[in-house]
Design a protein around this ligand. Structure first.
Ligand SMILES: Cc1ncc(COP(=O)(O)O)c(C=O)c1O
Length: 388
């Protein structure tokens, strides 16, 4: 069927974090990473059917859940995984927290590549560990890895984990095979476990290939744990359902114990149906979504070039999150994002929440109908022209 991503839907009375947090009704939210699109029809139908059953007691994972997860890895990412490698959990962030607890003692160090998704930092510090930053390098067009710095930091005896974000939120990179191999080899050399967050793996634009880290070699498979979920791909984050892929049995056992300690393992009755229907029947919707998002991305790039030439945007290889370089405006990203909120009535994210390396940048969520995106861009342009 043909999906209509131009449809404008009112989310204000749906307890949405993105919309309900915006008290004043005239504020347009383009911040937190969920989409203003209706889910795929097969997902809605599966949930409706489950609702009609009428009993929502504690749930257990059926075989179809595992088959759907395994099937999606194979058909979309050419990676064959085994059922026993899968540990289900209630979200990637709860998973990361449980993984940190499973493999570290308070005071241990964990490597991340900033600017990066802010909850990596909170999962580390909430569990008494220390953040070690391997800052990504911006070459004016895209982001690169400083491997010498990465190796120096990974070699510290207290560094136990590296949390890799691929595709990378917020800079939009999909790490290449060569980059992944270099990172993985360094981690093997220094006995650092790679925790891979691949939640954005399905939202990759044409011309770029996403490679699951664990698929690259047996040593990488055994020295990694991969977190993933259908939530970003299918806009079902509220169903609180994700998976950890851990081929190494000893690691998996530790993770299972930690998830249980955190009570983050009980499946959600609707999450089960959401995952099965998404991964079994969701491809048609996803392919159309990717075309639409690519159109939004190109619309965004063209708008900025024409109307805000001083502001530069990194062309994302993946994700619906635009990473906008506003440093030429000579104003801090905190002050700029506040002005955009107060004067432009547009809520976007200050880049500095992703680490100091994000100073001067803004993150803008473009997963909305194009007319809404155009409205947001007009609001942005009006503020940017007032500070130029
Ligand atoms: C890289 C990354 N990991 C994890 C999450 C959140 O995962 P969950 O909602 O499953 O906890 C996000 C949400 O934006 C994200 O961008």
């Amino acid at each position: 069927m043909k999906y209509d991503f131009d449809q404008i839907l009112d989310r204000r009375n749906s307890n949405s974090v993105k919309w309900a947090n915006t008290k004043e009704r005239d504020i347009l939210p383009m911040w937190v990473a969920d989409m203003d699109f209706k889910a795929a029809e097969p997902i809605i139908q599966a949930l409706e059917e489950r609702v009609r059953h009428g009993i929502f007691g504690y749930a257990t994972l059926p075989n179809a859940y595992y088959e759907a997860e395994i099937g999606w890895w194979k058909k979309r990412h050419q990676f064959t995984i085994k059922k026993e490698w899968i540990e289900a959990s209630t979200g990637v962030i709860p998973s990361l927290s449980a993984i940190v607890q499973a493999f570290t003692e308070p005071g241990d160090r964990i490597l991340i590549q900033t600017p990066v998704y802010n909850h990596f930092a909170s999962s580390i510090t909430n569990n008494g560990c220390v953040i070690v930053e391997n800052e990504l390098t911006f070459n004016g067009v895209s982001y690169e890895i400083d491997f010498a710095d990465f190796e120096e930091k990974a070699s510290h005896e207290k560094v136990k984990l590296f949390i890799l974000c691929n595709p990378h939120n917020p800079v939009g990179r999909v790490w290449s095979e060569d980059e992944l191999k270099r990172l993985g080899d360094i981690c093997l050399r220094h006995n650092v476990l790679v925790v891979v967050d691949e939640i954005h793996r399905d939202l990759v634009y044409k011309g770029t290939r996403f490679i699951p880290f664990a698929s690259l070699s047996e040593p990488f498979l055994m020295n990694s744990v991969t977190c993933t979920a259908p939530s970003k791909t299918f806009n079902i984050a509220g169903l609180k359902t994700s998976n950890i892929i851990a081929a190494n049995a000893e690691n998996r056992q530790k993770i299972n114990r930690s998830l249980n300690r955190n009570e983050a393992i009980e499946p959600n009755v609707f999450g089960i149906e959401g995952l099965i229907s998404a991964y079994t029947w969701g491809e048609e919707w996803l392919d159309q979504l990717l075309d639409y998002l690519e159109g939004n991305r190109d619309f965004f790039m063209a708008f900025l070039k024409e109307r805000m030439p001083k502001v530069k945007t990194v062309l994302p290889e993946a994700t619906y999150l635009m990473w906008v370089d506003c440093r030429s405006l000579g104003i801090s990203s905190k002050e700029l994002s506040q002005k955009i909120l107060e004067k432009g009535r547009l809520r976007i994210t200050d880049g500095v929440i992703y680490g100091e390396a994000g100073e001067g940048f803004l993150r803008i969520n473009i997963a909305c109908p194009r007319a809404r995106l155009a409205e947001g861009l007009e609001r942005l342009a009006s503020v940017v022209s007032s500070v130029c």
